[in-house]
Write a protein that binds this ligand. Structure first.
Ligand code: HPA
Length: 234
């Protein structure tokens, strides 16, 4: 039991999927895991542990933004011994060739700042995905015929962005999409020697301004979750 996760000893699996939305954690656990058990209710940030193809898996909400994710990822790593942490979430596409519903596998994450800034100070640390997970997720997407893009993403501190010039620079430098959590997850995994990856579904588009209709969201998110599970146990 930690300050933010009420699970008892042994109730969190070594493999943890981290959606931002706690209700998505509940849906994913009920949809993809066998015999999911609720292991966390603190602050309504649901966490569930069950089995996928007989492998133990926990699906724990992380909340929105890096400060929130950092709390859950720190406790999962330091107190519950999580070894493989995969963010499953949505992102905004930043390249025209990327379509709504497609998958982005985040190879690296650029940011203006993260909760780790206090450690890195003037160092531009480059948070990157675990190669074994990234490679396995790519292969899983290929095998399913799910369109997936691999490359750098931008982990922003703000959803309502007042810096259009910054987005222009991201787009110009080939960044695939924007979300708000992955850079800190990769920092923490690097610090503690764990494996991390972000598998993201494109829910909106910063160039075309398209957005995924809410009725279509479940199917897109289902592909992302299955790719994450297949990568974790490849
Ligand atoms: N910005 C930041 N985070 C996001 C976005 C976005 O446009 N879409 C989904 N997550």
């Amino acid at each position: 039991m930690t300050i933010h996760i009420g699970a008892g000893p042994g109730e969190i699996a070594e493999t943890v999927l981290l959606p931002g939305d706690p209700l998505r954690a509940k849906w994913a656990a009920e949809t993809f895991l066998d015999n999911p058990v609720c292991v966390n209710r603190v602050r309504g940030m649901w966490g569930f542990t069950g089995h996928w193809k007989s492998h133990p898996v926990t699906i724990q909400g992380s909340g929105m933004g890096m400060p929130s994710l950092s709390i859950y990822a720190n406790e999962l790593i330091r107190d519950f011994n999580a070894q493989t942490l995969i963010r499953i979430g949505s992102c905004g596409a930043m390249q025209e060739r990327i379509q709504i519903r497609e998958i982005i596998l985040a190879m690296t994450c650029s940011s203006i700042s993260t909760p780790s800034q206090g450690i890195f100070r003037d160092l531009n640390f480059a948070p990157c995905a675990d190669w074994s997970l990234l490679n396995a997720a790519w292969r899983a997407a290929q095998a399913r015929g799910t369109p997936a893009h691999v490359g750098g993403i931008y982990s922003s501190d703000v959803f309502y962005d007042e810096r259009p010039d910054l987005n222009e620079q991201m787009i110009r430098h080939g960044i695939l999409g924007v979300e708000m959590e992955a850079a800190e997850l990769y920092n923490l995994a690097a610090r503690h020697g764990r494996r991390a990856l972000a598998v993201l579904t494109v829910s909106d588009h910063l160039i075309t301004h398209e957005a995924l209709p809410s009725a279509d969201r479940e199917k897109g998110f289902a592909d992302m979750i299955e790719i994450a599970l297949e990568a974790a146990f490849a």
